[in-house]
Design a protein around this ligand. Structure first.
Ligand code: GAR
Length: 186
């Protein structure tokens, strides 16, 4: 049985889909939901699934507190589901090829510094893109540049707004992220 930790900074709709997917799994369990935001809604969602939660500040993470907790909990895989802080390199190195991120666009487009959440969808709209999508990738030391595991596309038209783009992207994320994680564990 693999022990997964989810790191999330916000609402946690992806985290919820993942917790739901693995709730009766014999392959993996969600052993921890950790957030850098004390009031992140993802923490409420975790309670609903009886998943233990952990919160920490950026400074604590940078001082190794989160890594310590993940070791203490014997975590095998770290899942980034809307986690918006830069991960310290020691933490990335502690989970080689065992840390996976979801990005709300088709990398390598719309990745890198400042490209998260609504900023991504605004940039996609401003560029007049005809499609966008999701990228699930391993995390290496150059954050959005790790090995791409999976991408899915969705068409856009001129009537789309950043909000409608976000909704289309979330739909893809919810549909694919849990099963892509499950396949990775094999
Ligand atoms: C998701 O769309 C995820 O792809 C994005 O944050 C959102 C979190 O939504 N992540 C990034 O932008 C990382 N660069 P959720 O809290 O409802 O799961």
């Amino acid at each position: 049985m693999k022990r997964l930790a989810i790191l999330a900074s916000g609402s946690g709709s992806n985290a919820e889909k993942i917790m739901d997917h693995f709730k009766n799994s014999s392959k993996a369990s969600i052993a921890l939901v950790a957030s850098n935001k004390l009031d992140a809604y993802v923490l409420e969602r975790a309670k609903k699934f009886n998943v233990p939660t952990f919160t920490f500040t950026r400074k604590e993470m940078e001082a190794g507190v989160l890594l310590e907790k993940l070791k203490e909990e014997n975590i095998d895989w770290v899942i980034l589901a809307g986690f918006l802080l830069k991960i310290p390199v020691e933490l990335i190195r502690a989970f080689p090829d065992k840390m996976v991120n979801i990005h709300p666009a088709l990398l390598p487009k719309y990745g890198g510094k400042g490209m998260y959440g609504a900023h991504v969808h605004e940039a996609v709209k401003a560029a007049g893109e005809k499609e966008t999508g999701i990228t699930i990738h391993l995390v290496n030391e150059n954050y959005d540049e790790g090995k791409i595991i999976f991408q899915a596309h969705t068409a856009l038209d001129e009537l789309d707004t950043p909000d409608s783009i976000a909704a289309k992207v979330h739909e893809l994320e919810h549909k694919y992220f849990p099963t892509v994680i499950e396949e990775l564990l094999d």
